[in-house]
Design a protein around this ligand. Sequence first.
Ligand code: ZN
Ligand code: ZN
Length: 268
Amino acid sequence: MSDITKDLVQQGQTAARVGDLSEARRLLTRATQQDPDNIEAWLALAGVVDSLEYKKKCFNRVLELNPDNVDAKAGLQMIETKLAAQEERVVATESLHPAIKMDGSPAFCYRHPEVETSLRCNKCGRPICPRCAVRTPVGFRCPECIREQENKYYSGTNMDYIIAAVIAFPLSLVVAGLFTTILSGFGFFVLLIGFFVAPIVAGFIAEAVRWGVKKRRSRYLRHVVIGCLIAATLPFLLVGLMANGIWGAISPGLLLFLGTAAISARLR
Ligand SMILES: [Zn+2]
Ligand SMILES: [Zn+2]
C-alpha cells in the first residue's frame, strides 16, 4: 500500500468516525482511485456510501481481489437481505393498491364523472374515486361490486321477513310482558337482574327467528326483529312510566337497549 493511499484511508476513516460522511466518501473514493487494488480502501468506502448498490460494488471489488474476504462476504449478505426486504415492501405496497393503473393515465370516477382518479375497482376494473372505493382484504372495490358480493352472502328471500315478524312480534310481546311484570317485583335489583336477563331473552327471540327462516341470512332481518321488539316493548315502557315514573321504565328500557344489541349481534 502506498503511503498516499494509506493516509487517504486513515483520514477517510477518521472523517467517518467523527461523522463527516461526505468528506469520508471523498477521501476514500480518492483512495480507491489511487490504488484500485486496495482492499482496506474499498471496505472503508463501502462503510460510508449511501446506496446499497454502491456498497455492493465495493464489496464485489474486494472479493475480486480476495475471494475469501470475510468482511466483504458478510457485507454482501447483509445487502442482499436489505434489498430483498425493500423489494418485498414494494411488492406489498403494490398488492395493497392493485387497482392503481400501471400506465398512470388519469380516468374519471364512474360515479362522479367530474372526479379524476387513478384508482380502479379490482373486480370490474371501472375507475373509482377514493371516496367511492371500499377497501377490502383483496383490494379496492366499487360499491356495486361490494353490493353484489353481499347479495351472494344474503341467501334469504322476502318471505323470510314475514316469517321473522310473525315469530318475533308475539314472542317479543310475551317476553316484554313477563320481563316487566316479573322484574317490577324486585325493586332495586331490577337493574342488576335486568342487565343479565335482557340480552338472554332477546337472544332467545333472535334464535327463534333464525330457526324459523332456516338460518338463511337476510340484509334486514335484524332490523325487522328489532322493530318487533321495539313495537312490543314500547307499550310496557309507557305504562310503566305513567304508573311508576322512571322506576317503571327501567325494566322495559333495559330490554329495549340490551335486547336491540343482542339481536343485532346474532342476526348478521
Ligand atoms: Zn366494481
Ligand atoms: Zn366517486
